[in-house]
Design a protein around this ligand. Sequence first.
Ligand SMILES: [Zn+2]
Length: 64
Amino acid sequence: MSLHRSHTCRKVRFRDHREAVSALHNVTTLRLLAEEAQQPSRRREVRCYECDACRGYHLTSVAA
Ligand SMILES: [Zn+2]
């Protein structure tokens, strides 16, 4: 799996829904998201969504 930085969104981008979902179970990816959000590592809900801007998928974390 490779991570891509979108020039449009400046977020970790995934090619498709499947890749985004698999990333949800990847500890390294979750840590990267935590750094991106500049939040201390703690339990939170993470979801993926399709982005209209770059036609890719992003992960978004929701504070529990
Ligand atoms: Zn995007």
